[in-house]
Design a protein around this ligand. Structure first.
Ligand code: CP3
Length: 344
């Protein structure tokens, strides 16, 4: 067997008999040990900014399941907070932020170089993990993509159709583009420090990429991902980047070539067979089991898991869900998925 960690070898283009596996939101509320640690921290944001406890919840799913990768425990909305936005979480509802729709509100943001003041505990979490993770487990850092982060900053909350962000784009494109530019710079700073602290891969989450159509997808999903990827690779030669333009559909085709990412993460709205032919032809893909199987389990989980492994077996593939695991998932179904992938 070749040298090195399985996930890193796969991102470099090596085809495996058994794909490496990890899971979006693998540290989360479906695990009783996560809920206990969050309780200890007080609330979600306190947990994010507590390096010892954030490292602890990152390690929990590694201990329980033996995944091939650990993803830093943090949140994409810490970057807006570090730029000066107010951020809080309403239990059972999700994030709330101060809104940003005017030039004056943009002018009040901090420069990108100032984000480290707020984000330094996150780099400490990465350092702890880099020291404490088992030697064969890869450490993944992450940030939100500029468009997705902007949708929350503009609306002040999650929205179904990203209406307020699309409205600002139409009404004041220069302001919208300045905001995307500031988030892009801050993201490069943030991910760069994560890499210096020990992140071996970084992932860019563009959860709302699917609502960008045509030229807007190229300008606001592809271009920022390309800028961030190029800047990180210039500063940290060889650092692998995973891009996740969720629900991009046809936009997945050519995304790796256009942005320079090493791997494209797929949501489960695209079929594995289609993605193997149209996306994996350009390199590594990640995905894409529907997270609902983690709730329902059974033979359907096994069949769908096998079909995904089979569809992607002739190229580099990282097994994952198509989106984050949900709080109502059964931890036993996660084990069933892993056993199925590994042929146990
Ligand atoms: O994947 C992981 O295990 C790493 C940690 C991680 C979290 N959020 C922890 C979290 C990651 C990678 C994220 C990314 C994130 N955060 C995204 C992009 C990926 C996606 O899911 O589309 C987005 C859009 C956010 C913003 C966010 N954070 C929302 C909308 C919510 C509320 C929804 C929810 O699930 O409650 C969060 C909260 C959040 N982030 C939780 C976790 C574990 C749940 C908070 C809790 O413990 O109460």
């Amino acid at each position: 067997m070749a040298e090195g960690k399985k996930l890193l070898r796969t991102l470099a283009g090596e085809v495996q008999d058994v794909p490496p596996i990890w899971m979006m939101r693998q540290a989360g509320r479906y695990l009783p040990e996560y809920r206990a640690t969050r309780e200890k921290a007080g609330d979600f944001l306190s947990l994010c900014y507590n390096p010892e406890l954030a490292a602890e919840v990152t390690l929990q799913p590694i201990r329980r399941y033996g995944f091939d990768a650990a993803i830093l425990f943090a949140d994409i909305l810490l970057v807006p907070q570090a730029l000066g936005a107010d951020l809080w979480f309403v239990t059972g509802e999700g994030p709330r932020l101060s809104t940003l729709t005017t030039q004056a509100e943009f002018d009040a943001l901090k420069p990108a170089s100032d984000v480290h003041e707020t984000l330094s505990p996150i780099y400490e979490t990465v350092s702890i993990l880099s020291r404490d993770l088992p030697k064969d487990v890869t450490l993944i850092g992450f940030a939100g993509a500029p468009w997705t982060v902007a949708t929350y900053m503009i609306a002040g909350r999650g929205t179904k159709d990203q209406g307020p962000a699309h409205a600002l784009m139409e009404e004041n494109r220069p302001l919208f583009e300045m905001l995307l530019g500031r988030i892009t710079e801050a993201t490069i700073e943030y991910l760069s420090r994560q890499i210096e602290a020990g992140a071996e891969v970084v992932k860019i989450f563009d959860s709302w990429a699917g609502s960008l159509k045509g030229a807007d997808f190229d300008r606001y999903a592809v271009e920022p991902a390309q800028i961030i990827t190029a800047a990180l690779k210039a500063r940290h030669p060889g650092i692998p980047v995973i891009g996740f333009p969720r629900e991009a559909g046809e936009g997945y085709v050519g995304f790796a070539k256009a942005t320079g990412v090493d791997c494209v993460a797929l949501d489960n709205s695209v079929s594995p067979d289609w993605a193997a032919r149209h996306v994996q032809v350009d390199g590594c893909v990640q995905g894409n089991l529907a997270s609902s199987h983690m709730v329902t389990g059974g033979q359907a989980l096994v069949d769908e898991t096998r079909a995904i492994v089979e569809a992607f077996r002739n190229g580099p593939h990282v097994f994952n869900l198509g989106h984050g695991i949900t709080p109502d998932a059964d931890p036993a179904n996660v084990q069933l998925m892993i056993d199925t992938v590994r042929g146990a």
